[in-house]
Design a protein around this ligand. Structure first.
Ligand SMILES: Nc1ncnc2c1ncn2[C@@H]1O[C@H](COP(=O)(O)OP(=O)(O)OP(=O)(O)O)[C@@H](O)[C@H]1O
Ligand SMILES: [Zn+2]
Length: 503
């Protein structure tokens, strides 16, 4: 079975209010330098992002990646491009330790929680969606799941076998790394170097220890299994991304994104699988750096993670987002309470200035303020220049602070003309709101002030009252309190450290 050719589809239309900006520069990992960005189809961008493996709640490291690429997408839209944004959901094939051995992460979790594997995948998929909504991450245009594309993956594997780049062995299929000299071009790893690291892990059914699985034979106890030309099995982790990105974005699509840690082997494998099968792959590769804690990558397996839900129980989602955009996507973001403190103050400064502008704009005197207009235009220019230069969000945020200093000075001296205030408002809403994703409804400026400390104090009182009811066995009063809180979206959980709440 040969896979039909994949024409580049017309991307779904999105806001293209201005002519596509030809001066965007981005850092391409493949070329190892900043290059001018020119999409294949003028005005349209096809973008693919490696999404989560849905076997646990997402942590703040995942949020860094999602927000980083969300901002890139939003910036491209701001600069006049229609973006089709495809982000996959891995719900099969991702084995423990990212290797070709071990249990499937989803199946393992299913056994632990005594759920169907698809129940696990759905549970954590929806938890991920909720987190992303809270962080104001735009929904992907397409959110394909690996289990929904087994046919496409099998077809691509067949093409690789036909072309002599993959072989079947005992019911599994492996990519023949030696048949594809370009393997290693993204990460810059030479085949000899790779051999060193993997010699130990040599499997008897592989011709070469560096060969990676495209399809794995399912042992009898393996629950997630599909029929294939090679018997009952399941796909390798890498193949889904090659198959689904080509399916929805077409050959030679524009941008492929993901975390730096995915460069090797995942992205290297994605490229080899597509290109060895004769399908030109992504034209630009973008990688976000890591969110760290104590200098170490926050990661599920290291256990040094804080879930997004836990973070959001303590911090305004817009402050979390502000913290993340405060460092460049290619820089490390160190997670600490002090960093949050800084973000809270920084975000409040912007949100309060916008709040004040929005309060005054209706009653502002007619006309404009030329001096302030000139300053606003310069800050807008600085913001856009920063974003054109490899999406430099820290510089862009600095431009918003510059704007805020000038706006606060002008507001201190009186109320500027309405035309100017409207331009100031539009600058905040467009640059901070549409591009950086801040000031989402119900947060920051819309609320006028950060009421988190007040809410925290009130919740403290309420939880103590509930605790009092419980200790004096007044359970119906305690339940009534919990229900009242639930009605306004506040969940109370009793943990071994006492009651905790989140909204
Ligand atoms: N600390 C982090 N900072 C930024 N991006 C991250 C971080 N951790 C994971 N990612 C990104 O999120 C995506 C999914 O990662 P993955 O599921 O491997 O998370 P993980 O916590 O590293 O899990 P594990 O420890 O089980 O490998 C990848 O693109 C990865 O680069
Ligand atoms: Zn991928």
């Amino acid at each position: 079975m040969t896979r039909p050719p994949q024409p580049t589809p017309a991307p779904s239309p999105s806001a293209g209010r201005r002519a596509p900006d030809p001066d965007i520069v981005l850092y391409d990992t493949m070329q190892r330098k900043k290059v001018r960005f020119t999409p294949t189809t003028p005005g349209r961008v096809g973008m693919y992002l490696c999404g989560p493996t849905v076997y646990s709640d997402a942590h703040l490291g995942h949020a860094k990646k999602e927000v980083a690429f969300d901002v890139i997408r939003r910036a491209l839209m701001h600069f006049g491009y229609a973006v089709r944004y495809v982000a996959n959901i891995t719900d099969v094939g991702h084995l423990q330790n990212d290797s070709d051995d071990g249990e499937d992460k989803i199946a393992r979790r299913a056994a632990l929680e005594q759920l169907e594997p698809m129940e696990v995948a759905d549970k954590y998929f929806w938890s991920f969606v909720k987190d992303m909504d809270a962080l104001n991450v735009l929904k992907p245009s397409i959110n394909p799941r690996a289990t929904g594309h087994i046919g496409e993956q099998i077809a691509l594997i067949q093409e690789l076998i036909e072309r002599g780049h993959a072989y079947e062995s005992a019911g599994s299929v492996y990519f023949d790394v030696r048949s594809w000299p370009e393997y290693g071009k993204l990460s810059g790893r030479r085949l000899d170097d790779q051999e060193e690291g993997t010699r130990e892990a040599v499997r008897e059914d592989k011709r070469d220890p560096r060969d990676f699985a495209l399809w794995k034979r399912a042992e009898p106890e393996h629950i997630m299994r599909w029929d294939s030309p090679w018997g009952v099995g399941f796909p390798g982790w890498h193949i889904e991304c090659s198959a689904m990105s080509l399916k929805y974005l077409g050959e030679g699509f524009d941008i492929h994104g993901g975390g730096l840690d995915l460069q090797f082997p995942h992205h290297e494998a994605e490229i080899a699988q597509a290109e060895a099968a004769g399908h030109p792959f992504a034209r630009y590769w973008m990688h976000n750096n890591m969110l760290t804690i104590g200098g170490e990558k926050m990661s599920k397996s290291k256990g040094n993670f804080t879930t997004i839900q836990d973070v959001l129980a303590q911090h305004d989602p817009m402050v979390v987002r502000f913290l993340l955009v405060g460092s460049h996507y290619r820089s490390v973001t160190e997670f600490s309470e002090e960093a949050f403190e800084g973000a809270r103050n920084g975000y409040r400064r912007l949100a309060e200035a916008l709040g004040e502008v929005e309060r005054r704009v209706k009653d502002a005197p007619a006309g404009a303020d030329a001096a302030l207009d000139a300053k606003v235009a310069a800050h807008v220019q600085a913001f856009e220049d920063a974003m054109r230069d490899d999406f430099n969000t820290p510089k862009a945020v600095a431009a918003l602070f510059g704007l805020t200093t000038d706006v606060n000075a002008a507001l201190g001296a009186g109320t500027p003309g309405r035309d100017t205030l409207e331009r100031v408002q539009a600058a905040y809403r467009t640059l901070g709101g549409d591009v950086l994703g801040l000031f989402a409804d119900g947060h920051g400026a819309a609320r006028g002030q950060d009421d988190a400390p007040v809410v925290d104090a009130l919740m403290d009182v309420v939880l103590r009252a509930r605790q009092h009811y419980r200790l004096s066995k007044q359970y119906s009063e305690a339940d009534e309190l919990r229900r009242t809180l639930a009605d306004v979206g506040v969940t109370v959980e009793d943990t071994k450290d006492g009651p905790r709440w989140r909204r």
